[in-house]
Design a protein around this ligand. Structure first.
Ligand code: NAP
Length: 312
């Protein structure tokens, strides 16, 4: 009897995923029916995203797992009706995408590219002093998980002295690794750039607050592709106005889409991008989903299980 895979990630994504998922399930050797609509008690696996419609998982009595199409799980992890295992998206294509996006924005600020890209005004600015080399610009990456480690390694290969910070102690070759609350102060002190790749949990809200922004080197850049609540917005705006932060590149926000009247849109030293640092790509993500369903059917442990207690 075929297994039933419910696509509950929202109708807007159905066209993008339908053929990729069908092919991935077939290639994984699974006899599966992929559907947007099934009686809850007949569903074996639930594919979820924050745009989906399921709020109550109680009727899905047979579901063996909920597979999140996003890396972040803050919109589902606290749902008290969810008793099934929850897996999040970890996909090499997503990791590569995040690494490329962060490296691009770090190099923009490091090299001061805006001066020449925006300043095409006939004025020859050849007498400006050269920017420091990467090896002279310490950068801190908050979060040393799948994405943070990839980003930190790439920056380290470019020559930046990279400090990484995580909840538990980590050892990553080439990086200065710190952890815990004391480690956070040390990681931020004197950093000329900071990249936030933490999950949104009760413990990470306002990780970058006024006191911690004050630890950065004056004029440091802040890059946030993690989640909006990681930064105290008002403190960031104050630090920008005071020159303590030279520029903020923000991909994620407390409220998305970012409301048109939000000061971030209008601040001359803030760059807003619309949560596109590392979008889930249906082709590769479908293969991750299919592999996890294959594992579930074979009685093997799921990949990328979320720890409900930790919240990520
Ligand atoms: P991950 O593998 O779960 O890694 C999370 C990292 O954060 C780990 O190093 C973890 O520490 C650390 N951490 C968690 N809570 C902490 C705390 N209280 N104090 C210090 N460190 C803490 O996650 P990931 O795959 O790298 O993804 C990170 C986040 O990126 C996601 O949660 C999501 O919000 C965001 N994201 C954004 C986009 C986008 O397009 N903008 C795309 C994908 C993901 P340990 O190592 O000790 O566990």
């Amino acid at each position: 009897m075929p297994i039933t895979v419910l696509f509950a990630a929202g109708p807007a994504l159905w066209d993008d995923y339908r053929s990729a998922l069908t092919a991935a399930l077939r290639d994984a050797g699974l006899d599966a029916v992929l559907t947007q609509d099934a009686a809850p008690e007949t569903v074996d696996y639930i594919l979820f995203s924050p745009g989906g419609t399921i709020r109550d998982f109680t009727p899905f009595v047979r579901a063996r797992a909920v597979l999140n199409l996003w890396a972040g799980v803050e919109k589902i992890v606290g749902n008290p009706t969810l008793t099934q295992p929850l897996c999040r998206m970890v996909d090499p294509a997503m990791t590569a995408s995040m690494m490329e996006w962060v490296v691009g924005h770090v190099l923009r600020h490091h090299l001061g590219m805006d001066v020449h890209i925006l300043g095409q005004d006939g004025h020859w600015r050849g007498d400006a002093p050269p920017p420091p080399l990467a090896c002279e610009r310490p950068v801190t990456v908050l979060g040393l998980g799948e994405l943070g480690q990839a980003v930190a390694r790439a920056l380290s290969v470019l020559g930046f002295p990279v400090t990484g910070w995580s909840r538990t102690a980590r050892a990553v070759p080439g990086l200065r690794c710190l952890s815990g609350p004391d480690g956070l102060s040390a990681a931020l002190t004197g950093a000329q750039g900071v990249v936030l790749l933490l999950p949104d949990t009760p413990d990470t809200v306002n990780t970058l607050n006024a006191a911690r922004l004050a630890l950065l080197a004056p004029g440091a850049f802040v890059i946030n592709p993690g989640r909006g609540p990681l930064i105290d917005d008002a403190a960031l705006l104050a630090a920008l106005d005071a020159g303590q932060v030279g520029h903020a590149t923000l991909d994620v926000f407390r409220h998305e889409p970012l409301p048109p009247a939000h000061p971030f849109w209008h601040h001359p030293r803030v760059t807003v991008t619309p949560h596109i640092a590392a979008s889930t790509r249906p082709g590769t993500a479908s293969r991750v989903i299919a592999e996890n369903i294959r594992r579930g059917e074979a009685g093997e442990p799921f990949l990328h299980l979320v720890d409900r207690g930790r919240g990520y």
